[in-house]
Design a protein around this ligand. Structure first.
Ligand code: FAD
Length: 291
């Protein structure tokens, strides 16, 4: 007989946080990672040893709104909900469309993708180039942390057991006028885990690059981003000359260190990652995204 699991489903966020302050629980949002991580043999219920607290229904975690130039996204918004929302940038929608299939997109949440901290999480490269910040709340208060500080390794995040990720903040995104792209390479176009993910971001004043950011997914324990390498392109003129492109590609060649696994090889991953970067940098123009 299956073992009983204690499960909580409170009406409000404050009640949920209060429970988390008393007891170490497993947070369940859409459950699409949790159920896979805890699965047992076929036909046997998942093995979950802690009490479960459901958060996917909490209205405080499902709002999307703007404040000034920033967009705030509730951690428990599902992918399907975000695809319908006009405040979500198209580049992020492109990443979402590359995730799984509609059934998973109806359950999976943006907060779950972040807190699961998989190197192949499809929204992560984009959230890194957007300099996303995360608002975490507990009974003792709130804190805001950058996504790159929050994600510390494969499935390792800087979260206390009494905290919930409440909102994802995209700072200044409404005013930036950047060209932002997302690319995913997997076994097929839909329902595939990434072999390589790439997000590129360029904001130019006329032909002069004012800001540039890159992030690579699935080629290291966390997203690979380097502000030092990005700085090499500030003030350069578009289209970039071959020597500048080669310098940046060579710099990333040194720090991208993928592994072989069941999905791909290290050599393939590195080659594709650098090709995606080279292709992005070779474009003749970078018009701001429509939205
Ligand atoms: C068939 C299938 C295909 C998939 N394909 C893809 C894919 O193509 N690309 C991709 O990136 N992912 C994919 N995934 C993984 C998964 O769907 C996503 O990572 C999804 O975003 C997880 O969200 P969730 O709400 O289901 O998270 P859950 O499973 O509920 O939670 C994931 C983790 O985050 C924690 N957590 C969740 N929300 C919070 C919060 N607000 N505060 C604190 N902790 C929290 C949970 O405790 C857990 O540790 C796939 C999964 C399946 C089953």
């Amino acid at each position: 007989m299956a073992e009983k699991i204690i499960a909580y489903r409170f009406e409000r966020l404050d009640e949920t946080l209060s429970q988390l302050s008393k007891e170490n629980c497993l947070i369940m949002a859409g459950g699409t990672d949790v159920m896979v991580l805890h699965k047992s043999r076929r036909g046997v219920p998942p093995k979950i040893t802690k009490p479960v607290v459901f958060i996917d229904h909490l209205s405080e975690l499902k709002r999307v709104y703007k404040r000034g130039k920033d967009v705030y996204i509730g951690a428990c918004c599902t992918y399907s909900e975000l695809l319908e929302n006009p405040l979500i940038p198209n580049a992020l929608k492109d990443a979402i469309k590359a995730i799984a299939a509609p059934a998973i997109r109806n359950r999976g949440t943006l907060g779950g993708n972040i807190c699961n901290a998989s190197p192949a999480g499809d929204t992560l490269p984009l959230l890194y180039v957007y300099n996303a910040k995360l608002l975490l709340r507990s009974v003792t208060g709130e804190r805001v942390v950058s996504i790159s500080d929050f994600i510390q390794g494969v499935r390792r995040i800087q979260r206390s057991s009494n905290e919930i990720l409440v909102e994802i903040i995209l700072p200044s995104v409404l005013e930036e006028g950047a060209n932002v792209v997302f690319e995913k390479v997997g076994n097929r176009n839909a329902d595939a885990i990434a072999k390589v993910g790439f997000a590129g971001y360029i904001r130019a004043n006329g032909a002069v690059i004012e800001d540039v950011r890159f992030a690579f997914g699935a080629v290291g324990p966390t997203m690979v981003r380097s502000v030092d390498i990005e700085k090499k392109l500030l003030g350069k003129t578009i289209p970039l000359v071959d020597a500048d492109i080669a310098q940046v590609v060579a710099a990333f060649d040194k720090i991208i260190k993928p592994i072989d696994d069941q999905r791909s090889t290290a050599v393939y991953r590195k080659t594709v990652a650098l090709n995606l970067l080279r292709y992005f940098l070779s474009r003749k123009q970078y018009p701001p995204n429509e939205w």
